[in-house]
Every structure is written in structure tokens, then in C-alpha cells.
Ligand binder design. Structure first.
Ligand code: GLC
Length: 785
């Protein structure tokens, strides 16, 4: 069954019933103050950092799921009956329910017993607060007397301490109540900020002590205050601090009222006063929508596939923005307690969004380059609040190398993409510190990255594995210096091609030629040592034994080296053969399994590491790892196979699985990290939605390799690889300050190849449209053939 649909007018995803198979969430805020909100009001907030400045609580792994949240209880004063207009936490069978997730906001509308309530959650642009706007209307024929009680549960700012050291946090968190102004604060001497919950309506009661509001053995479903029908005016002098206001509402038939609740990281009386005015709230909401529209308008498409259009025009870029802001830190699956931002993760996150927010991408790249050591490798993760880095996962096993073989290479790929998109070549000369405080230009950083891979080599002279490459759990390197990654060798080929291309563009042919020679040598090594006969091997262990070969029982074939053979431009014929065999061995209706066969034995295989700790078909042990799948779209695009590129794109497309929502469970409007693979008992169940590198590469795959419009140093390349039955498509795209209205026609029904390109009515040579950089709109007509 389906749980919702896309509103084609607004792009919103409309959820039609509250009991979705998992909570279907959305993100609020633009990277400073914000958090997640589910289709039933569940979720939590944080300020700049989900670990160190958590504002409200969320109980992971809890039963019932998805609590607490940003709640309001409504109560009929006469009958005493109460309900939650967002369904949770009371879970009354509402007469009507609809949740609309849109970019940066969520609206939940419901009706119960003649009362219509609409709750809109959003973070006003550039302001450190969230608003919950409750519009309530009496649709009945009698005057109604209602009570409204808000509920927010504060966290101690150090979210880990909030879980682990209740001896301390349970003594120091206290409340302060200003009834006249309608402000509750949670404060302690150990924190600089006092967290705030405020209301626009007249206060008739309040609570700040959870034990009093809920009752010691009570629940959010049946809290003591609602059972009694009156707030207790509790003051929190320790323990769990909440913010709850009680309000009276008297509504004539047809009458409506608005209450604006605010939660914020600190008390700001100007902001509180500002949003007491309902029309100011509407203006703030419209401004937010306009800002998102601006962001989305930087690239819009019209293809024959409506679901693809919705994903490319709305939800995929919305998801890309959240991943750029929060990397892999805070979602329903990542509790925001440990991981900072990943160097490889965030570098890849920049790829999809650089046309829309180039300045932010530059800042991200600068932050990440500071994590590079003078020898060229980089810290694996960074904590944005402090700017400090560490080796992330590798620290769990100090006996293994404390570096990854791919972080610095993804950083180069992100940087080159930034240069191609923006033409900001001055960035190459910007001075950025290395990890040890010495400085060097971005160009120097890039060179050191190349040098690191060049100088760290294992078996057959292929790049050494380090703790892991892209696959975090492939850990064959115990330090003998033999373990090697074929995937990194292929990535290195791409990096060398990109950087050589950059130098050629800049007229630095000597260095370009040196890099091209390195690349040829790398390709030779791959050809000689990593071709298994029908596909490429994956890696070599610390004794030089192969991983990912037909000669083995486990993991005979791996996806990543088949796709990256094309991405690295290693050898087109072999890449084609490798992709064909990967298709036969690994492809399923929900995408490519990462490897086959998975490890099914007891215990793990020590020479492989973490991959073999997963059940067969889960995650890196033969699951459908969506991020890795997206490279199949890029590979098919590069190899000119339009049918396959589109088939692979559709296999992952969230909206294309709307009709099997009970199987998939996760949101049908955003990508997830993995789907249980064919070897798993629950094949098809999708997991870990929202914060995943899948988002960025799915977008890059769709727009740059399927639709084939991608920036180059010289201009905008138009090189579509589409299904033969498409008669064309349109794309409007910003590029270096100008707008390109591109219309692609496919009169002969081909899958790839461009016969002619006209720009503003003039035929041009080749298929790279010039970078006009003139703020004007240019019409580009492309005929395939
Ligand atoms: C997770 C990590 C990412 C890694 C991938 C595969 O998504 O965030 O860095 O590449 O797993 O192991």
C-alpha cells in the first residue's frame, strides 16, 4: 500500500496516514539551528552541533518509537477528552490527518471532533529559533472551550553527558519561568546558553518538571497534567526539565485562533516579541519558501519521467543540502553523539550542490583541507565546532593504520569539481594550513594528496589500503605494507586525469604530462594485476592474497571496481565487460548488491575485517549499498549505455518504490544508505535514510551523466546518455553566473551522441557550451544523433 503522494504543484510529499512503517522525517533549519521532525511531530533540535549543543531530547531505540517531539495537546474542557493534533503522542484515531513535508518545513493538519488544527514547524531564515505555528479552528456549530498544552523536553547541551552522567546533569539542570512574557528557560551553571520555550498566547499555567507533567510512572500518551486537566505550575530545581504552557481557547463556530510557540537555544526577547504578531510569522514562512525556491531554481529539469523530475527538482537537492550541513551526524539512525563530519563523506557531498551554493562549498573545502597532514593524507573526520580532526573509525583498532586511502583523493575530486563549476581558479593559490600548522596553497595540498597515494604502495605496486578505502569495513591492512586497494588505484586514475586536465587548462603542460605519465603507469598496473578474467579484483590482503576474485569462495565479484573502472577511465572495453558481468552477478530490482557471494560463515574472516561481521546481504556484506550503486549510473553514462543508465537510476529512485512502502519502510522521497540484499531474509527492506553519500552521487549521476550536462574547465558539456525511447528533455541550469536553457532533442531515438549544438541560434563546434559569465540567459538547442 502507499502512505502518500507528491503534490505536483508544490513538490511537497503528502503523507496521508500517520502510522507510516517508520517515522518519515524532514529537516528543519539551514545548518545553524535546526533538527529533524517526523510526520507525527517527533524529533529533536540542536544548535550548530548535535553532540555539544543538543537543545531537545529524542529517545533512540525507544518503545514507543519516535518520541518525544514538538508536541501540543488539545483538550475539550467540558468532556476532558484530549488528543494530539499531530497524532503522537496520544495516538487518537483522528477524523482527518495529512502531513506535508516541504523544503525546510513540515505542516501537519488534522481534524478531530469538529476541531481543525494545523501545525507548521519551521526555522525562520537566519534566526536561531524554531517556530511551531498552531492554527486552530472550530468547524462545529457549538462554541467550544479548549485547553492547549505544549510540551518540549530539554536536553543537557552535551548530548552524550545527557545519556551517561545523570548524577551530574540530573542535579544541575534547572528552570526559570517568566509567566508574564510567556518564557520558560532551562539553564545550569555549566552551560553558557539557556534553552528557551516561549509562547505568543496568554499563559494560564505552566510546567517545567517532567515528573510533574507526565507523572512518575505515567507516559506521554496519558500525562498526569492532561488527566487532571490543569497544569501544575511545577518548577524544576533538578532532574528532567521540560517546557509546557497551558492556554485557554474559546472558539465560536467558525472562529479560528493562532498560537505561536518558539523553542530556541537562548532567550531572545526581540525574537519572542517579533513572532507574537501572526502576520510576521506568515512573512517569515514565505521568506523561507522563497529562499528554498531560489536554491532549487539553480537547476530544474523536465524529462518524460515525472518521478525523476520531482526527485531532481525538489527532493534530491533538498536532501543534498541536509547532507552538506550535517554530513552523517544527526538523523534517525545516527544519534549525533559521536561522529563529526567525514572528510571523504563531506567532500562527496559538495559534488552535487556546488552549482547552487559555491561559497558554502568553498568554505567546506577549506575546512577539510586543514585536516591534511604535510605527507598528504587527511584526518578521516572533523568536528566543525572546534575544527579538530581525528582518525574516526580507525581509532577503534589502533593496531591497524590510522589513515584511510581515499579521504585525500575525494578531497581533490571535490576541489576540481568546484573549480570547474565556478571558474574560481584563484582558489588554487589560497593559503590553507596543514594539520601541523604549516601552510601551503590549495595547489600544494592537491600535489601532496597525489604524492601520498603515489608513495604508499602495496602488492603489485597498487595503492596501499590503509585502514580502509571507501568501504569502511574492508580492513585487510595489518601493517605489513602489502594490502592494496584496486578501487583506490582507479580513483587515483580519475584524480590524475582531472588534475592533469586542470594543468592543461592553465597552460602548465609539463606538470600535466608528468601526471598523465603517472596515470598510464597506474593503468598498466591495474591491467596487469587486477584483471581477473571477467571483471576486476577488489583488493589484496596483507599477505598479498587476492580479494574479489572468481578463484575465491567468498566475494568473487565486487561492484566498486567494475564501476570505478569506467569512472577512472582505465580501459573502456574491459570496463564494459566488467559492468556486463556485474550486471549478471549483482543486479537486482532494487539495485546492485555490493558483492557476491557474501560471507555466510561463523565469525568473521580476519584477513578481510568488518565486512564479514554483517549478516549475509546486509550493508557491506552483499547488501545493496545505495551509494555504491549510484556509480553504476555514472559508469553506464560514461560508457554510453542509456538504457542501463536509466534502468539503474530507476532502481534506486525512492519515488519509484512508493507502492512497496511496507517493504521498504523508509521515506519514499529521499535516498537511503542501504537496502537488504538478495542474500538476506528480508531482501528489499531499506535502511538509514537521509544522511548518505547516495544523495549527492544520485544527483550527479542523474544530471551530469544520464542527462549529461556537466561543467568542464572550458564550459558546460552537454553529453546525454538516455533511453532511446525518450524524445528529449529540458534543463535550466545556472553556470558561472549565467542561465542556460537547454533543450535536448532525440529525433532518431539514440542513447548517446550529439549531432549538433546551437547556442542562441548559432551552431557551435563540439558540445561544450561556452562559459559566458554574463548574467544573461542563453538558449541551447542540442540534437542527439
Ligand atoms: C558509510 C560511511 C562512508 C563509507 C560507507 C561505506 O556510508 O559514512 O564514509 O564510505 O559507509 O563503507
Amino acid at each position: 500500500m502507499t502512505y502518500g503522494h507528491v503534490d505536483q504543484e508544490t513538490g511537497e510529499y503528502v503523507i496521508e496516514r500517520p502510522d507510516t512503517p517508520t517515522p518519515w522525517i524532514n529537516y528543519l533549519g539551514e545548518g545553524v539551528y535546526g533538527g529533524i521532525v517526523s510526520n507525527t511531530g517527533g524529533g529533536y533540535s540542536f544548535y550548530k552541533d548535535p553532540k555539544n549543543q543538543r537543545v531537545t531530547r529524542y529517545r533512540y531505540n525507544a518503545v514507543p518509537d519516535d518520541q518525544p517531539g514538538r508536541y501540543v495537546y488539545l483538550q475539550d474542557r467540558e468532556s476532558g477528552e484530549y488528543w494530539s493534533p499531530t497524532w503522537q503522542p496520544v495516538k487518537t484515531d483522528l477524523d482527518d490527518y495529512e502531513c506535508r513535508h516541504g523544503p525546510g518545513y513540515t505542516t501537519i493538519e488534522s481534524k478531530y471532533d469538529g476541531i481543525a488544527a494545523e501545525m507548521t514547524y519551521f526555522v525562520p531564515l537566519g534566526e536561531d529559533c524554531e517556530l511551531w505555528v498552531l492554527d486552530i479552528e472550530n468547524e462545529g456549530r457549538e462554541t467550544r472551550t479548549l485547553g492547549a498544552f505544549s510540551y518540549v523536553e530539554f536536553s543537557f547541551p552535551d548530548a552524550l553527558g545527557d545519556q551517561t552522567n545523570l548524577d551530574w546533569t540530573g542535579q544541575i539542570m534547572r528552570s526559570r519561568v517568566d509567566e508574564t512574557e510567556g518564557v520558560i528557560e532551562m539553564y545550569s551553571s555549566a552551560q553558557e546558553l539557556s534553552y528557551t520555550h516561549a509562547t505568543s498566547a496568554e499563559v494560564v499555567g505552566f510546567d517545567t518538571q517532567r515528573r510533574e507533567f507526565v507523572g512518575q510512572y505515567g507516559s506521554l500518551e496519558e500525562p498526569a497534567v492532561l488527566e487532571a486537566g490543569a497544569a501544575r505550575n511545577s518548577q524544576a530545581t533538578h532532574d528532567n526539565v521540560i517546557g509546557s504552557f497551558e492556554h485557554d481557547l474559546e472558539l465560536e463556530p467558525g472562529e479560528s485562533e493562532r498560537i505561536v510557540f518558539m523553542t530556541a537555544p537562548e532567550r531572545n526577547d526581540d525574537l519572542i516579541a517579533k513572532y507574537d504578531d501572526p502576520s510576521v510569522v506568515d512573512e517569515a514562512f514565505e521568506a523561507l519558501q522563497a529562499e528554498w525556491e531560489d536554491y532549487l531554481s539553480t537547476l530544474q529539469v523536465q524529462t518524460p519521467d515525472e518521478q525523476m523530475n520531482t526527485m531532481v527538482n525538489v527532493w534530491n537537492p533538498v536532501q543534498c543540502r541536509s547532507t552538506l550541513y550535517w554530513s552523517r551526524t544527526a538523523s534517525r539512525y545516527q544519534a549525533g553523539l559521536g561522529r563529526g563530519m567525514g572528510t571523504r563523506d563531506s567532500s562527496q557531498d559538495t559534488l552535487s550542490i556546488v552549482h547552487a551554493v559555491p561559497d558554502q562549498v568553498r568554505e567546506t573545502l577549506e575546512m577539510l583541507w586543514k585536516l591534511q597532514f604535510p605527507d598528504g593524507h587527511a584526518w578521516h573526520q572533523v568536528y566543525p565546532l572546534s575544527g579538530e580532526g581525528d582518525a574516526g573509525l580507525a581509532t577503534e583498532d589502533p593496531s591497524k593504520p590510522q589513515w584511510f586511502s581515499d579521504d585525500h583523493l575525494f578531497l581533490v575530486l571535490g576541489t576540481v569539481q568546484y573549480l570547474k563549476e565556478t571558474g574560481d581558479y584563484d582558489f588554487l593559490e589560497a593559503d590553507i594550513p596543514f594539520e601541523d600548522g604549516s601552510t601551503g596553497s590549495v595547489r600544494e595540498h592537491i600535489e601532496r594528496a597525489i604524492e601520498f597515494t603515489d608513495e604508499h604502495r602495496g602488492t603489485h605496486g597498487l595503492p596501499r589500503m590503509g585502514y580502509a578505502d571507501w568501504n569502511d569495513s574492508l580492513n585487510p591492512d595489518d601493517g605489513s605494507g602489502e594490502a592494496a586497494s584496486v578501487m583506490v588505484a582507479m580513483m587515483y586514475c580519475r584524480v590524475l586525469d582531472e588534475v592533469a586536465g586542470l594543468y592543461e587548462f592553465l597552460g602548465e603542460d609539463d606538470r600535466a604530462a608528468e601526471l598523465r605519465a603517472k596515470r598510464e603507469a597506474e593503468i598498466e598496473r591495474i591491467d596487469e594485476h587486477a584483471w581477473d578474467g571477467d571483471w576486476y579484483t577488489r583488493a589484496y590482503d596483507d599477505e598479498g592474497r587476492v580479494i574479489g576474485s572468481a578463484s575465491e569462495d567468498y566475494q568473487q565479484i565486487s561492484l566498486n571496481t567494475q564501476t570505478w573502472a569506467a569512472l577512472g577511465g582505465v580501459d573502456d572495453d574491459r570496463a564494459r565487460e566488467a559492468m556486463e558481468n556485474a550486471h549478471d552477478r549483482l543486479n537486482t530490482e532494487y539495485g546492485f548488491a555490493l558483492l557476491d557471494p557474501p560471507w555466510e560463515g561463523e565469525g568473521k574472516i580476519d584477513r578481510i575485517g568488518g565486512t564479514t561481521t554483517y549478516p549475509p546481504g546486509a550493508k557491506e556484506n552483499g547488501g545493496i549499498f545505495c551509494h555504491a550503486h549510484t556509480w553504476s549510473v555514472v559508469a553506464a553514462g560514461l560508457l554510453g549505455d542509456g538504457e542501463r543508465a536509466y534502468q539503474y537510476y530507476r532502481q534506486l529512485l525512492p519515488l519509484a518504490h512508493d507502492d512497496v512502502a511496507d517493504l521498504r519502510r523508509v521515506e519514499p522521497y529521499v535516498y537511503c544508505q542501504n537496502v537488504l540484499g538478495p542474500a538476506h531474509e528480508e531482501f528489499g527492506v531499506a535502511k538509514n535514510s537521509w544522511l548518505t553519500g547516495t544523495a549527492s552521487w544520485a544527483y550527479v549521476g542523474a544530471t551530469q551523466y544520464l542527462l549529461g550536462v556537466r561543467p568542464t574547465f572550458d564550459g558546460l558539456l552537454v553529453d546525454p546518455t538516455i533511453p532511446a525511447e525518450w524524445d528529449g528533455f529540458e534543463m535550466e541550469r545556472e553556470f558561472r553566473g549565467a542561465t542556460y536553457e537547454i533543450a535536448v532533442e532525440n529525433p532518431d531515438g539514440v542513447e548517446s551522441g550529439v549531432a549538433s549544438v546551437e547556442v542562441d541560434g548559432e551552431v557551435i563546434e563540439g558540445n561544450v557550451v561556452p562559459a559566458f559569465e554574463d548574467g544573461e540567459t542563453h538558449e541551447v538547442r542540442v540534437v542527439m544523433g
